[in-house]
Design a protein around this ligand. Sequence first.
Ligand code: 5AD
Ligand code: FES
Length: 350
Amino acid sequence: MDIFKTIDKLYENNSCEREELIYILDNLDIESKRYLLEKAHKTRMKTYGNTVYMRGLIEFTNYCKRNCVYCGIRAENKNADRYRLTIDEILECADLGDKLGYKTYVLQGGEDPYFTDEVMVEIISKIKKKYPENAITLSIGERSYESYEKMFKAGADRYLLRHETATKKLYEKFHPNASFENRRKCLNDLKKIGYQIGAGFMVGLPGQTNEDLVNDLMYLKELEPHMCGIGPFIPHKDTELKDEQAGTVENTTTMLALVRLLLPNVLLPSTTALGSIDPLGREKGIRAGANVVMPNLSPTTVREKYSLYDGKICTGDEAAECRKCIENRINRTGFKVEVGRGDNINWTRR
Ligand code: 5AD
Ligand code: FES
């Protein structure tokens, strides 16, 4: 196999055999990586051009009933300083976001039983009533079909639920008492209900191989999500993975580029985790085909508490500073910020 020809084929067809993806990951060197990034960039220019969409992230609760082994807000972490924003505080974040020009809010939180369907419906309806043009994205984990449906009917537009890893064995290792099948069912349910869905995975999980990463790529190709969140695994001091190595910028940008080639229309964030392992991580992600950033809108008083991994950036910065900072970074990288809902280009509005 010739790696340049394989990348060409991927660029032209937006699809690839498992063996070819393995071959790329096993044989990528400086030159072929450069070539891969160039092809990913060309692809994004054809679909979304040089725009980067901004989403305002509201981290509204760090209570979580689950115990994902890698995560700093896992239920069993007694050191986590727990908080919940009130409905009014969430609405204040939405006001601030609108003022800063964000047309999409991402409401993210742990799996917190306090936020029942009724409470979520109230929050969603209130935001939609005030800002009917703005999109609401939820990122609150696994729930029932009925729950997803109620929130959709209340006005939620999109849902992020990373699949985390498409290898069953690896999934089970990191998610005690959770079901690999149920997570996939949730993604299918969300899609069926009509959400724009976001899947995604971590790069560099302890024990993860190139075969596992190819499983992620193959799964994404089959699921065809509208969005895909990819970030490096970063150890958190209060977890049993605290002494493990973090994922690398190189491997993360490789995966971003491959996902851009496999799913040319996907909305692909350059994640905070990527920016946290390298001061120019997000810029590198954007150059690898990413076209979304999610600056933080949460009150600075709680930022540090939403600690999924160590060394998270922007915990001390006011939302307005993040807004400016991100825009400058994007401009300096040669791209332009687009304030708008930034729906997937295959999407027709309901
Ligand atoms: N390192 C990197 N990413 C993490 N996430 C959770 N914990 C970590 C960690 N230690 C990611 C998961 C989750 C998303 C919200 O954050 O992929 O889906
Ligand atoms: Fe938050 Fe730069 S994006 S300070």
